[in-house]
Design a protein around this ligand. Structure first.
Ligand code: HEC
Length: 109
């Protein structure tokens, strides 16, 4: 019984990296970007924590394109070519927001 409960909790939390204390609070994002962020939170938390992409120095759109392509080609990445436009939309927005003088985003936790 305990195992079942633990499994259920794991599945629930697995969908929301934010609740594990990493990632961004979707409430601080423009609503148009939330679906892209959710996609990013799912696809990019599989092999490392979200803080990896969120805290990296990568800030140009071109660099992100190269990086997402590289992550996608890793064995078992679970990232499909269809995911790429949404992922880049979020990452490019995020980098631009971080570059802005007021820091833009609600900050990583
Ligand atoms: C299949 C596993 C896997 C997935 C999925 C994955 N990554 Fe990675 N990522 C890695 C590994 C392994 C490294 C370290 C080796 C390297 O840098 O190539 C890494 C490193 C990184 C780094 C480098 C951090 C730094 O500051 O140098 C960034 C940025 C990054 N990943 C972003 C992403 C993004 C964005 C996504 C989602 C599109 C993603 N990753 C999905 C495996 C993965």
């Amino acid at each position: 019984m305990r195992r079942v409960v633990v499994l259920g909790v794991t599945i629930l939390l697995g969908c929301a990296a934010y609740q594990r204390g990493e990632g961004l609070d979707p409430a601080t994002l423009p609503s148009a970007l939330r679906p892209d962020y959710e996609l990013f939170a799912q696809r990019c938390s599989r092999c490392h924590s979200l803080s990896r992409p969120l805290n990296t120095r990568i800030s140009s759109d071109d660099h992100w394109r190269v990086y997402v392509a590289r992550m996608r080609r890793m064995p078992g990445s679970g990232i499909s070519p269809d995911d790429v436009p949404g992922l880049l939309r979020f990452l490019n927005w995020y980098s631009a927001a971080r570059r802005s003088p007021d820091g833009g985003v609600g900050g990583t936790r």
